[in-house]
Design a protein around this ligand. Structure first.
Ligand code: GLN
Length: 486
């Protein structure tokens, strides 16, 4: 069962090929066998999962099956889950049991999904390799000496390694798409405001967005259907009708215009990644799409602008972790100042501290105009670039990541090199657009991902283009050789 896609599992459960309990038990068995190596989960909720599976089987027997009825999923440990640890990959929240479920978690549970556990991630979602987690690095199932990408690296490794058929992730600058690319799965970052951020621990609030990660575009459509929609609890969550994403998957892309931004194919791009990307374009052309060359001149500024805006927002969001209300508290504080200082010094890791320092600096009096305000102006230029590009084409296409999965430890001590891992993904967040990464082949046994970017609220079209590609190709069905019995 574990090699089936989520969509196939849904049909198999409906036919009664197996029960939700049998399916859940099979994934729990996989987790027992392989989580020791991959470290994809921080917390496995075995008992709750089996109880939820029994309840799901009972609902189905009563004829009350929801959209995700009986389907196991893994939630990134950034989503609050009632009475289950929500660590955000940090010692700061190591003992934090959220008193409520995030909207995404609640909606998926209401649709019948079964939570297997909480996945590992870079601390507070800051990173591109999953090496900043307090719980240790995640390993890439295709080569356990390499990183899975980040920050949703646990989610990507869990899906790729068949430790879950689907997972939730969050994407502030690439954290769904980049690990999806490095692990060979499909991941979608929706339009900013399409999915509620309530109960999702904030990193950079104007950029953060939750989305699905699974084997196929059809699986992501199913998951997004359950996740998306207005939420009174998040004022940035838009009140627009939700598209029928599953119905959008006709596979027909004739007449579609694909824009190839020249900035996504720089001269120094790895030739093998460029070739794999062009091969995707040819498949889409065979299926009736046309190609146009476009330009996004300001995207070159996206990494520097992001590394002012994201840390600025993070420094403000993370001020709530003060050792008073929740989270780590130091022993025997001498006074209030000592409590703040030591709790934060002990609770946060190095990368998080770096971001807080940079962000506080960028927002401080005298530097605000020079850094923060200027970065916001760049953000506007980037948005305008995309707006012009979408006057000439329906979707944009390019590589997701400039590199394949890199060796564990190889960039850990060089933050700027690490920041460049998101050079193709960050502009999308600054503009608030939807984008997905899909498996597009292998180089030396490692997966390559291709990114599709859509106009605002055009998730249906993005998913359909990826679905169309997945009708022609089998990359999304490949499984790493982890072995095992389930
Ligand atoms: N790698 C980027 C960062 O470190 C993006 C992370 C994310 O999307 N959460 O900030």
């Amino acid at each position: 069962m574990i090699d089936l896609t989520l969509t196939e599992l849904k049909d198999a459960l409906a036919r009664g090929d197996f029960s939700a309990r049998e399916l859940t038990a099979a994934y729990l068995q996989r987790i027992r066998e392989h989580n020791g190596t991959l470290n994809a989960y921080i917390t496995v909720t075995e008992e709750q999962a089996l109880a939820a599976a029994d309840a799901s089987d009972a609902r189905r027997a009563r004829g009350e099956a929801g959209l995700l009825e009986g389907l196991p999923v893994a939630h990134k440990d950034i989503f609050c889950t009632r009475d289950v640890r929500t660590s955000c990959g940090s010692l700061m929240l190591d003992t934090f049991n959220a008193p409520y479920d995030a909207t995404v978690v609640a909606r998926m549970a209401d649709a019948g999904a079964i939570m297997l556990g909480k996945t590992n991630m870079d601390e507070f979602a800051m990173g591109s390799s999953n090496e900043t987690s307090y719980y240790g690095p995640v390993r890439n199932p295709w080569d356990t000496a390499r990183v899975p990408g980040g920050s949703s690296g646990g989610a990507a490794a869990a899906v790729a390694g068949r430790l879950a058929p689907a997972a939730t992730g969050t994407d502030t600058g690439g954290s769904i798409r980049q690990p999806a690319a490095l692990c060979g799965v499909t991941g979608l970052k929706p339009t900013y405001g399409r999915v509620s951020r309530w109960g999702m621990i904030a990193f950079a609030s104007s950029l953060d967005q939750a989305g699905p990660m699974a084997h196929t575009a059809a699986d992501c459509a199913l998951l997004l259907q359950a996740m998306a929609g207005h939420d009174d609890k998040d004022s940035t969550c838009v009140n627009e009708p939700v598209t029928d994403y599953c119905a959008a998957l006709s596979g027909d892309i004739s007449g579609l215009t694909i824009g190839l931004p020249e900035e996504f194919f720089p001269d120094d791009l790895d030739g093998r990644i460029a070739d794999a990307t062009q091969a995707v374009v040819r498949v889409l052309e065979q299926r009736g799409a046309r190609v146009a060359k476009v330009s996004l001149p300001s995207v070159a500024l996206s990494v520097p602008a992001y590394y002012v805006i994201a840390p600025a927002e993070a420094s403000s969001n993370l001020s709530r972790f003060d050792g008073v209300r929740y989270g780590h508290r130091c022993d025997d504080p001498a006074d209030l100042m000592d409590l703040y200082k030591r709790s934060r010094s002990e609770g946060f890791g190095e990368e998080v501290k770096r971001r807080i320092l940079v962000g506080t600096y960028a927002l401080s009096h005298g530097y605000y105009d020079a850094y923060y305000l200027r970065a916001q102006k760049v953000r506007r230029l980037i948005r305008d670039d995309f707006k012009r590009a979408f006057e000439q084409c329906d979707v944009l296409l390019g590589p997701t990541s400039p590199e394949l999965a890199f060796a564990l430890g190889s960039k850990k001590d060089d933050p700027v090199t690490m920041y460049m891992a998101d050079v193709f993904t960050i502009a999308v967040n600054l503009a608030g657009l939807p984008a997905l990464s899909m498996p597009a082949g292998f180089i030396d046994g490692l997966p390559v991902g291709v990114q599709l970017i859509g106009n605002y609220f055009d998730e249906g079209r993005l998913l359909n283009v990826a679905h169309s590609y997945q009708q022609e190709t089998e990359w999304h069905r490949q499984a790493p050789a982890l072995g095992g019995t389930a």
